[in-house]
Each structure stands twice: as C-alpha cells, then as structure tokens.
Design a protein around this ligand. Structure first.
Ligand code: B12
Length: 212
C-alpha cells in the first residue's frame, strides 16, 4: 500500500517533469505531504531514487544532459517548497545545533539539503551552508553558530578522498564538535573510514545524545 503511494507519487512527479510542468510536480509532492500520504523523509527517498534513475539514463545516453539538469532543478524546487512543512512538523527542540556543507568543489548539494531537513525534523537547529565551503569558513560558522556537530557530504570518489584532509583541519580547530559524513560516495566504498563517522540517516532522530 505504502509502496503503491510512493510509486504513484513518483510517476506523477516524473510525468510532470517530462511535460516541463514544474508547478504540477511541486503540487503533486506538496499535496501528498500535506495529506499525510507520505512523510518528508520518504518523499526525499522517492526524489533521490528518481534522480539516480535519471542520472543512469543520462549516463546510458538515453536522456539528454539538459533533461537531467531540469529534473534536478524541479526536485530542488520541491525540496525548498517543503520548508514550511518541515518547520511545522519538526519535533520539539533537542537543544543541539548542526552545521552542514559540502567540501570545496563538491557541487552535489541536494542530498545534504535533504539531510538538513531530517535534522530539523528531529528537533535540531540545522544551519545549511551549501556547497563547496572552504574549511576556514566552515570553522568560523560552526564557532559562531555554537555547533555541536558538523555534517558533510560527498558524492564522488574524488571528493570523498578530499574530505580526509578537510576533516583533519576542522577537527583540529573544533576538537569538541562531532563530525559525521555521508552521501553517495560512501555507498560502495568506505573501508578507510571509522564506521562511527559515517552517518546512517535513519538514526538521525536518536543522535542528540551523541553530540555536544
Ligand atoms: C544531479 C547530478 C549532478 C549535478 C549536481 C547538482 C547539484 N547542485 O546537486 C551536476 C550537473 C552539477 C553534477 C556535476 C557532476 N557530477 Co553528478 N550527478 C548528479 C546525479 C544525476 C544526481 C545526484 C543527486 O542529486 N542525487 C539525489 C540526491 C538526493 O542523492 P544523494 O546526493 O545521494 O543524497 C542522498 C543520500 O546519499 C544521502 N546523503 C547525501 N549526503 C549525505 C550526507 C550525510 C551525512 C548523510 C547521512 C546522508 C547523505 O541523502 C540523500 C537522500 O537519500 C548523480 C547520479 C547518481 N547516481 O546519483 C550524478 C553523479 C553523482 N555525478 C557524478 C559526476 C562524475 C559528476 C561530475 C564529475 C561530472 C562531470 N564530468 O562534470 C560533476 C562534478 C561536479 C562537482 N565538482 O561536484 C557521478 C559520481 C561518480 C563517482 N562515484 O565518483 C554520478 C554518480 C553520475 C555517474 N553515475 O557517473 N552532477
């Protein structure tokens, strides 16, 4: 039943993007969330899977690059349109603050945008800095915003490797701040990483005791 609803919503969003109907895609997603047919985290799983499929289709030469970009842009609009619902549905404050970003030159930022909402829903104060943030800027933000945790995302092998020296700088400057990582680059290769540093999104609701 739940999978039917997810499948129907995915088909509606896909049909709208195929006819270049951004407003229709946003309306389908928001109405499902507002009706309670799907939770925000589950909507984000549907959107992520849709983008992975569109990316695979582009890689196979079946989808032109502009269509992949267009779908990404529509998904971004849906996620931003969910902001008021996220604020309404957020749990009571757990008194913890997280700063989220991607490291320099890592421009895949939709995943970390979704993760920021999952922290907010779990009662955290979540400050998303966005993509390609230099270490010194991240440290300055974490200090000023009194962060208990820094959460970073990498989507490519290249940026996962670059995260190591980046994290070393952040950890040296912020020894009391918890650092977690995640993203598509960790899905298949993470053996060089301490397992308690790689964050499983399904555990976000129970993390407050592990930071700060
Ligand atoms: C959209 C996209 C782009 C867009 C990004 C737009 C943007 N602002 O985000 C653009 C066009 C800019 C782009 C560029 C490139 N891309 Co690209 N891109 C994609 C695509 C199609 C979708 C990515 C996406 O948004 N997915 C949806 C989001 C929601 O999923 P996600 O990021 O995985 O996040 C989910 C989870 O991973 C998790 N998550 C994410 N971060 C974190 C962090 C934590 C802590 C936790 C707990 C969880 C978590 O939460 C999300 C929800 O479930 C993928 C295809 C794919 N298979 O993923 C390729 C892909 C990621 N790109 C790839 C590549 C190679 C590139 C380029 C190098 C291409 C090029 N030759 O120019 C450049 C690099 C740009 C750069 N310097 O960063 C490769 C990476 C291969 C690899 N493993 O190294 C992929 C996999 C395509 C492929 N099959 O080759 N890309």
């Amino acid at each position: 039943m739940v999978n039917d609803i997810h499948g129907e919503l995915r088909a509606a969003i896909l049909a709208a993007t195929e006819t270049h109907d951004r407003s229709g895609a946003v309306a389908a997603a928001l109405s499902a969330v507002r009706k309670g047919s799907i939770s925000i985290p589950d909507l984000y799983v549907v959107l992520a899977e849709l983008l992975i499929d569109v990316g695979a289709s582009w890689q196979a030469g079946a989808t032109e690059v502009w269509r992949e970009h267009f779908t990404t842009a529509v998904v971004r609009t849906i996620v931003e349109a969910c902001h008021t619902v996220v604020a309404e549905q957020a749990a009571a404050s757990v008194g913890r603050t997280v700063v989220l970003a991607t490291p320099p030159d890592e421009y895949h930022d939709l995943g970390i945008r979704m993760v920021a909402d999952r922290f907010q829903l779990a009662g955290w104060t979540a400050h998303l800095l966005g993509a390609s943030v230099p270490a010194a800027e991240l440290v300055a933000a974490a200090r000023e915003l009194h962060a208990d945790a820094v959460v970073l995302s990498a989507s490519t092998h290249f940026h996962r490797i670059g995260l190591k020296p980046y994290i070393d700088q952040i950890a040296a400057a912020l020894p009391d701040v918890r650092i977690w990582v995640g993203g598509a680059a960790f899905a298949f290769e993470s053996q060089d990483w301490a397992s308690d540093m790689i964050l499983d999104p399904s555990t976000i609701a129970s993390l407050a005791g592990q930071a700060g």
